[in-house]
Write a protein that binds this ligand. Structure first.
Ligand code: ADP
Ligand code: MG
Length: 377
């Protein structure tokens, strides 16, 4: 494509002779004007690659004109044509506007053409460099992200190792606490029996926590069998289990099954995910509040499980940390529920999306891939 070269001078003799001479350069398209304002009016239609302007002109002088060009076309090559007497003031002004060259009148035509050409070459180079820079910046951003992911993964793995060691140790000691049950059952002293009962309850909670930690630390490597199954049934089973959960009992859970999609699932794991999500929803809601659970299928037959509450919602800093092991805002939370749920759904090839508005509520959408055609009954 031809480079567009503007020539602006109030002296028609200059514009005529210059545009004739420059037009001989076949790779240039030369446009000439005798007023800066006219040239500016043309530029939106025909953006300039290079602009040569006279310094002293009635109306808009050369530097004001070139300053305006610079503002609209930051990459254009700007050249000022000046008389010898104007040199000092021209140089000062040039530094302000950012002009590529000034050329003293009368000029040597060959020299002038060379300068224009150099300006255009430099401009192309700068453009290329800028592009390279942008690519580099983008790459750098990607690298930084990958690095963050790695650090995070490594930290998770480390947390997992420590947690699994702890769970093992606590699990061993818990067996001893099992004696509390025997003490409770055999004691004739009601006070002793009631103390023992407290220990038994604590043991149950701890045992559940240990199971959760072991599950978390199990790592993605340990697989489990999945088979074609009814996703809604897993959800129903979860709600059945939760009938005995104190937090859930104090809220109303509405379930709507709009479709009965099939998936290749580990039913127990999916049940566990729903238990986690519904329990979170209940715990975030005021007593008497409602939690909605929907099961549906999308057009491709993918299963959708939606758990919605109108509870506390989450601030962005909480959302940002979801799934981080042991991150909890609850006095008695393990901070493992969502992390484990995410992993289970990951292992099923599905996704979990969380939308939350502080003070409004939270909606969690689990998507599970449809049953592949080969597995259809
Ligand atoms: P835990 O329930 O043991 O705290 P989770 O991993 O299940 O661990 O949840 C982590 C945190 O995410 C919770 O402590 C809570 O702050 C927030 N959270 C999860 N679900 C909801 C929800 N439905 N509404 C509000 N906050 C939630
Ligand atoms: Mg939870």
């Amino acid at each position: 494509m031809a480079a567009v070269v503007y020539v602006v001078d109030d002296d028609a003799l200059v514009t005529d002779s210059l545009s004739r001479a420059l037009s001989l350069e076949t790779e240039w398209e030369v446009v000439a004007f005798n007023e800066g304002a006219r040239a500016l009016a043309e530029m939106p239609r025909r953006p300039p690659d290079a602009v040569l302007s006279d310094f002293k002109m009635p109306g808009m002088d050369g530097l004001v004109f070139l300053g305006r060009v610079r503002a609209q076309h930051p990459d254009a090559v700007l050249m000022l044509l000046t008389g010898y007497a104007d040199k000092e003031s021209a140089i000062r002004a040039i530094n302000e506007v950012g002009i590529w060259q000034y050329v003293e009148k009368p000029w040597d035509l060959g020299d002038l053409i060379l300068k224009i050409r150099q300006g255009l070459e430099r401009r192309a180079l700068v453009g290329e460099l800028r592009e390279k820079n942008q690519t580099l910046a983008a790459r750098l951003g990607e690298l930084e992200k990958a690095h963050d992911e790695l650090v995070r993964a490594e930290r998770l793995a480390a947390v997992g190792r420590v947690a699994s060691g702890l769970a093992h140790e606590i699990g061993n000691q818990l067996a001893l606490v099992g004696y509390a049950e025997a003490i409770r059952d055999r004691s004739v002293d009601p006070e002793v029996a009631s103390f023992a009962e407290v220990i038994v309850a604590a043991q149950r909670r701890l045992a559940a926590l240990v199971d959760e930690i072991k599950d978390f630390a199990r790592g993605a490597a340990a697989g489990y069998a999945r088979e074609p199954g009814d996703v809604a049934a897993a959800v129903e089973e979860a709600l059945g289990i939760l009938r005995f959960d104190a937090d859930v009992k104090a809220r109303r859970v509405n379930m709507a099954v709009r479709a009965r999609p099939l998936g290749v699932i580990h039913r127990g794991k999916i049940t566990q995910v729903v238990v986690n999500l519904v329990r979170n929803a209940a715990q975030a809601s005021a007593p008497g509040g409602e939690v909605d659970v929907f099961v549906d299928a999308d057009g491709d037959g993918a299963a959708l499980i939606r758990v919605r509450d109108r509870g506390s919602g989450m601030a962005p800093d909480v959302v940002a940390r979801l799934g981080e092991p042991f991150f909890t805002t609850k006095e008695r939370g393990s901070g493992l529920g969502l992390g484990i749920s995410r992993r289970v759904i990951d292992e099923h090839g599905g996704t979990i999306d969380i939308q939350s508005d502080p003070g409004v509520g939270t909606e969690v959408l689990v998507t599970l891939p449809p049953l592949p055609a080969s597995k259809l009954p």
